[in-house]
Design a protein around this ligand. Structure first.
Ligand code: HEC
Ligand code: HEC
Ligand code: HEC
Length: 459
């Protein structure tokens, strides 16, 4: 919750798409959207289950799985009182107060009004919500979980009086009616199909968590022209969880691809990663840090196992890797070869700046310094995550299971654009890795986008 601009950056691109959608919408009649904007759900519905301690406990768990607090709490602000700014290309949206305060929060919301906001993106006044609120994913949440969530927010959360800030978006883009078209075009109808996806109930539970409350696809699925997720479920095609770029990080492929996805990870590897933010293959960074810290480390182990089994059930999106062995393995012979290609420029940069932690062999130090050999992020087609972490550095999320926060220093002021590109090219082609080369111009533009300092010239 300490970094307001990575999880929160997810919706930025979504909102960017609204420009396109808005333009489309201008061609249509304004009144139509307003007139039909209220469809779906029953705003007058009330809770049909008694509020018991078990229900409240379940609601608290759903809130953690859905990571509501991450977006609905401003830095230094009161929990769930909203006010977190989400900068978008068209202006700034602020998250809402979802504490049960009657005047400024959701205290007067019926269950039906709440359900329509969370699963359908419709406000009580009939206007559409910005899809910065991940309602296309929450549409997959079950009635039982949505009811428990409502009961929890209404009964266990302290009301906070804090008026919502109006969005800082200039007219005409501030008009909400084009959002209704977006919602019609791209948001799924409320569905609980995950319950019947497979004959294995564990896979179904995992699918439910990943598609619904955990909204993993918000980052890990690529987006289309309206900046909608190209697939919200595995049935909608191979784009589902095959990787997306968020806030200049690649939220990598979670399908079965051997080189770039989770093909060489076991279910236990995935569970360890989600529980502790690290495993022998990789560590969490970028937007994934908050996901582990605020959400997945708190899930029951059985739920993490379900997520892992579901992810392992997703076939590769890309063509199968040829050869006798698919997954990547560390090859000592390649390490030797890499060593003898020095003085290749990148190898020199690596030896001087990186090898102390990641080891000359690229095998890292399990649980502290991630392996770069055989790491899917290193092998992904898009090297943006590598350039980003080298420029900015990163701190591993401290978790209950692994409290030590190991640090990767940032090299923006130490390495030139060419040196960063060279070392990225080196690590992507050494030790059996098969990622492509990186170009200095990619580093230059990312350095600009991140407002990272220039490299100090070395004598
Ligand atoms: C990725 C960020 C994000 C997450 C995660 C998120 N929200 Fe939101 N939510 C928003 C934003 C942004 C808005 C305001 C959108 C707007 O103004 O159109 C919003 C609006 C809402 C509203 C509508 C309030 C109103 O004005 O009527 C409710 C209710 C809500 N969220 C509940 C939740 C719950 C419950 C969760 C967890 C299950 C959650 N949100 C998770 C970003 C998020
Ligand atoms: C806010 C955006 C965001 C969300 C939401 C998100 N991730 Fe990630 N995830 C990332 C980024 C960025 C990376 C790449 C950096 C890294 O490896 O930690 C990543 C990496 C991962 C990795 C490691 C992949 C590798 O090859 O190293 C796994 C596994 C993963 N995510 C699983 C999940 C699951 C499961 C969910 C839902 C519970 C999820 N993620 C939700 C942004 C996100
Ligand atoms: C002081 C030790 C240290 C040094 C020096 C260092 N790193 Fe790291 N590196 C880390 C740590 C710790 C992480 C995990 C950070 C996280 O997960 O937030 C990391 C993460 C990474 C990652 C992401 C891998 C993954 O899946 O988590 C890459 C790529 C990387 N480093 C490359 C480099 C390169 C290239 C250099 C030299 C220019 C370098 N590192 C220097 C400690 C170091």
């Amino acid at each position: 919750m300490n970094m307001p601009n990575n999880l929160r950056a997810t919706p930025l691109r979504i909102a960017g798409g609204l420009v396109i959608v808005g333009a489309l919408g201008l061609c249509a009649a304004v009144g139509t959207a307003k007139a039909f904007g209220g469809t779906g759900g029953d705003a007058s519905a009330t809770l049909t289950v008694p509020v018991t301690p078990e229900l409240l406990q379940r609601g608290a768990y759903v809130a953690v799985a859905g990571d509501c607090a991450a977006c609905h709490t401003a830095p230094g602000g009161q929990a769930l009182a909203g006010g977190l700014p989400i900068a978008t290309p068209i202006g700034t949206v602020f998250t809402s107060n979802i504490t049960p305060d009657k005047a400024t929060g959701i205290g007067n919301y019926t269950y039906g009004a709440f359900e329509r906001a969370v699963r359908r993106g419709i406000r009580p006044d009939g206007e559409a919500l910005y899809p910065a609120m991940p309602f296309p994913s929450y549409a997959h949440m079950s009635d039982a979980d949505t009811q428990a969530l409502y009961a929890y927010l209404m009964n266990s959360v302290k009301p906070v009086s804090q008026p919502d800030k109006p969005e800082a978006i200039a007219w005409p883009l501030s008009m909400r009616w084009p959002l209704t078209y977006w919602r019609w075009a791209f948001a799924p109808t409320v569905t609980t199909h995950a319950a019947t996806l497979s004959s294995d109930p564990v896979i179904n539970r995992g699918a439910y968590l990943v598609e619904g409350p955990e909204h993993c696809g918000t980052c890990h699925t690529d987006r289309g022209i309206g900046l909608q997720e190209l697939a919200l479920t595995p049935q909608q095609g191979e784009h589902y969880l095959s990787g997306g770029v968020v806030d200049h990080y690649l939220a990598s492929d979670l399908r079965g691809d051997a080189l770039t996805g989770l093909g060489s990870w076991s279910e236990a590897d995935i569970v360890t990663f989600l529980k502790t933010g690290r495993n022998s293959h990789a560590t969490a960074f970028g937007g994934m840090t908050d996901v582990v810290e605020d959400s997945t480390q708190h899930l029951q182990t059985s739920d993490l196992e379900a997520i892992a089994r579901f992810l392992k059930s997703l076939p590769p999106a890309g063509p199968a890797i040829e050869g006798p062995q698919s997954g990547l393995t560390y090859e000592p012979a390649m390490a030797q070869a890499a060593a003898t290609t020095a003085p290749a420029r990148g190898a020199n940069v690596y030896a001087a700046n990186c090898a102390a932690c990641h080891m000359p062999t690229g095998t890292g130090f399990s649980g502290m310094f991630p392996a770069l050999a055989g790491n899917p992020v290193v092998n992904s087609q898009n090297p943006v995550s590598l350039i980003h972490i080298i420029l900015s550095g990163s701190t591993m999320p401290p978790t209950q299971g692994a409290p030590m926060p190991a640090v990767m220093p940032g090299f923006a002021s130490r390495l030139s654009d060419r040196e960063v590109a060279d070392v990225v090219t080196y690590i992507r082609s050494s030790w059996g890795n098969k990622g492509g080369p990186a170009d200095a111009s990619q580093v230059t533009s990312l350095r600009g986008a991140l407002k990272a300092p220039p490299a100090k010239s070395t004598p």
